[in-house]
Ligand binder design. Structure first.
Ligand code: MTE
Ligand code: MO
Length: 196
């Protein structure tokens, strides 16, 4: 049932890949921001985010370094839920999802088209359950604790910011961390859009 995109192999493990230090969670200073092309920006504390409605979704992951992992169940808050908290200005079609990079809460980012993120498979996650696992496990610090974005499977996994800190709403598409270095803006694994 699970379809392997071209040039990918399946792995059972969940490899760890990122740039910079692993963020150490501090509830006192941690915030999640909704900003950019919105009528009114919003800032949430950790407990405010965790009070939002929860969604469980099974999402395949495709890393540009060629591994794919199928059937991971995730629990989190949909991006849609957060979008509904703000009033978007006209013609907002893109977002940039931010995350920590070496202590900078907005040091990592990835751009995505908003229209592809309005279903249950665009999730800010805090726990997961592997295919053969009975129990939920907390997302580990290396995978993005306390909050990690998991993009829909129609995007490579670099679009999934670890240690997520906010969403910027944009009218025009704008490069994020890897896109500035030559990676694809659209990043569809099934079309093998790795670089540009
Ligand atoms: N904040 C942050 N998020 C990040 C990265 C990063 O360097 N910093 N790397 C991305 C890349 S390139 C990949 S492939 C995935 C890897 O996720 P995993 O380590 O949970 O498998 O995280 C993405 N999210
Ligand atoms: Mo990556």
């Amino acid at each position: 049932m699970a379809k392997l995109p071209p040039g990918q192999f399946e792995t059972e493990k969940w490899p760890v890949l990122h740039q910079g230090n692993v963020y150490e969670f501090n509830e006192e200073t941690w915030r999640f921001k909704l900003f950019g092309e919105v009528e009114e920006e919003k800032t949430y504390t950790y407990s405010e985010v965790m009070d939002l409605p929860k969604t469980i979704s099974t999402i395949d992951m495709h890393c540009v370094t060629t591994w794919s992992k199928f059937g991971m169940a995730f629990e989190g808050i949909t991006l849609r839920e957060l979008v509904n908290k703000v009033k978007l200005r006209p013609d907002v079609h893109y977002v940039k999802i931010f995350g920590y990079y070496n202590g900078d809460p907005f040091g990592y980012s990835a751009n995505l088209p908003l229209k592809d993120l309005m279903s249950d498979d665009a999730l800010f996650v805090y726990r997961y359950k592997d295919v053969n696992q009975e129990q939920w496990s907390e997302i580990t610090p290396k995978h993005g604790y306390p909050l990690r974005f998991i993009p829909p499977p129609s995007f490579y996994l670099w679009k999934g910011s670890k240690w997520a800190t906010g969403i910027q709403f944009m009218k025009e598409d704008e490069e994020g961390f890897w896109e500035e270095l030559g990676y694809s803006m659209t990043a569809n694994p099934f079309k093998e859009e790795r670089y540009r």
